[in-house]
Design a binder for this molecule. Sequence first.
Ligand code: IMP
Ligand code: MG
Length: 188
Amino acid sequence: MPKSTDTEPRTGGAALERVVYSAGQIAERVAEMGAEITRDYPEGEPILALGLLKGSFIFMADLVREIARPVTLDFLVAASYGAGTVSSGQLRLLYDPEAQLEGKHVILVEDIVDSGTTMNRLIPMLEERRPRSLEICALLHKHVARDLVREPRWVGFDAPAEFLIGYGLDHSENFRNLPFIGSLKTPD
Ligand code: IMP
Ligand code: MG
């Protein structure tokens, strides 16, 4: 059984440039974020964590276990990228949450903010549903977006301007299962 730190069996060996955030660094930071979120909401008010699939699935799973409050969960599926690494600028909602947002503190859980297109389209749509509050929790923020309608309230890491994979992040649907975050040698 390969250890989770052995990269070759999971990447096929070739593409990884470097490990950017180790599994341990991620776990430590996610625990801090959960504690920050716990502090930031009053006790007794309903919190809905809304994960943006697929990229947020591992982050979401780890994060909600670090929030010491009652939390309900749902997911959104929005596709903004095709098979490559450049944003298409389009956002398609493939799954829309059935969960009621009205009256709830909604935390939109996102893997990475890059161009900001996804957030800029989603936030106004979700605001229309009259949540009690709506905040973004992003594991990674590249800080390249020029006109974000809303900055994430909680950010795990200020990410380098590289194409990142692992811990939920993909390149053409590959590498989501890496327990760390790495960068790709020659993305296309
Ligand atoms: P944005 O709309 O350009 O901000 O991009 C947001 C989405 O693009 C994220 O939720 C990711 O799914 C994807 N994305 C952006 N940058 C990366 C990256 O470096 N690696 C993998 N996926 C990325
Ligand atoms: Mg993606």
